[in-house]
Write a protein that binds this ligand. Structure first.
Ligand SMILES: [Ca+2]
Ligand SMILES: [Ca+2]
Ligand SMILES: [Ca+2]
Length: 400
């Protein structure tokens, strides 16, 4: 009997591996956004695993070339598998490998377990994610519907539980994918009201690494490019995304992630490729509040939670001063609004320290300079008189 089980295990493992390998081969053929989750159940001296995969070419129904039916192991061995209602054939299916199309919205996948109840119901089983390949920012949680416990599968340790009935639809896997955030903002100092765009004069001297690693940002992100992606890039920006009920309570403790990216001359804030919107996680408790940080203009936070349409967040700071919390934006003269220039030391207030810390030493020089407030590649009286002077005394409104 033991030998038979051993052979069966080999056969089953080979079947699962073959299926997974076929899927991985498929993934290598240019479908880089495909993402896999491998789950393992252990207990009573045995283990079993199941795979969930999101792949472009698949369907929600049973795909004979990708999906794999569940083949049950020994009665004493715990079993873990996907349970779907196949709408193509109106039939319930138990699957070892469940391959579905890419998701752009939250998704729940039902798991089923089978445990040994011949022995006492004291056996401790564990479930864990042993492999995953989801893009950064995605979250995957397992819900134990019996205990009403949620387990963060990508960061948690194995989840232990006791189960006393043989079959159960006790566990669900929840996928919370990242989502796009289309943001727009202008910089007062770089803006030209006659063209309605910001200058790109310093495009050629922008650094290839994100410039927010030093004080006061101390941002440790590794965002870097081999070349500035296009001629429309005005400068680097740093965005943090906060999960809060309103702007006033969106303190730094509510930050869910940071990203450095590029500001384009039309105000678009984009990812490192120079065109795609930034991404953030969709799994928010309250509302999304983005904060835009620059090297020398006052930070802004959205006055309201960013609305979401068809799974995409979009917020345009440029259409009204009040799009920034407490109206901390400059009127650019042509109906557009922009971040207030002058905060060369990035401390959140425009005052004399912005001159003493940077402008005094940089004035008269050229380069990628914090005190180059009008973005012409030089630091001089124009930066002080045309940008800094009329904003002195203003403090930003982003909660600490
Ligand atoms: Ca399928
Ligand atoms: Ca300052
Ligand atoms: Ca300048």
């Amino acid at each position: 009997m033991k030998k038979l089980f051993f052979l069966f295990t080999i056969f089953f493992t080979a079947l699962l591996s073959l299926s997974a390998q076929g899927i991985l081969d498929e993934m290598k053929n240019g479908k880089t956004q495909d993402s896999l989750l491998r789950l393992k159940i252990t207990g009573n001296g045995y283990s079993d695993e199941t795979i969930i995969l999101f792949m472009g070419a698949s369907t929600e129904c049973f795909d004979s070339n990708y999906d794999a039916y569940k083949l049950m192991g020994l009665m004493v061995a715990p079993q873990l598998y996907n349970y779907i209602w196949d709408t193509c054939i109106n039939q319930a299916i138990n699957m070892a490998v469940n391959v579905m199309p890419h998701i752009y919205v939250n998704k729940m996948v039902q798991l089923k377990i089978r445990v040994d109840t011949v022995t006492e119901a004291t056996e401790v089983y564990t479930i864990e994610a042993t492999e995953h390949s989801f893009p950064a920012g995605n979250q995957i949680w397992m819900e134990d519907t019996q205990e009403n416990v949620w387990i963060d599968l990508l960061n948690g340790s194995p989840y232990s539980f006791i189960h006393s009935t043989r079959y159960a639809e006790r566990f669900r896997i929840w996928f919370f994918p990242t989502t796009s955030v289309t943001l727009k903002a202008n910089l007062e100092g770089a803006y030209d009201a006659s063209s309605g765009e910001m200058t790109t004069t310093i495009n050629g001297i922008l650094p290839i690494n994100q410039p927010f690693s030093g004080s006061p940002w101390n941002y440790s992100g590794t965002e870097s490019v081999s070349n500035i992606p296009n001629a429309d890039v005005v400068d680097w920006v740093l965005v943090d995304f906060r999960d809060a009920t309103d702007a006033a309570s969106a303190s730094s403790a509510t930050i869910v992630n940071y990203q450095a990216g590029f500001l384009l001359k039309d105000g678009s804030i984009v990812d490192l490729d120079g065109s795609s919107p930034m991404q953030t996680q969709r799994f928010l408790e309250h509302g999304l509040f983005p904060v835009v940080h620059t090297r020398n203009h006052l930070d802004v936070i959205s006055a309201a939670a960013v609305p979401q349409f068809n799974g995409i967040y979009a917020y345009d700071f440029t259409t009204a001063a009040g799009k920034a919390y407490e109206n901390t934006q400059a009127d650019l003269g042509d109906g557009s609004y922009g971040l207030l220039g002058g905060d060369t030391n990035g401390d959140g207030t425009i005052d004399i320290n912005d001159l003493t810390d940077n402008w005094n030493s940089e004035s008269g020089t050229a380069g990628y300079l914090p005190s180059d407030l009008n973005y012409d590649g030089q630091s001089n009286n124009k930066d002080k008189n045309d940008v800094w002077l009329h904003n002195t005394g203003v403090t930003g409104s982003v909660p600490n």
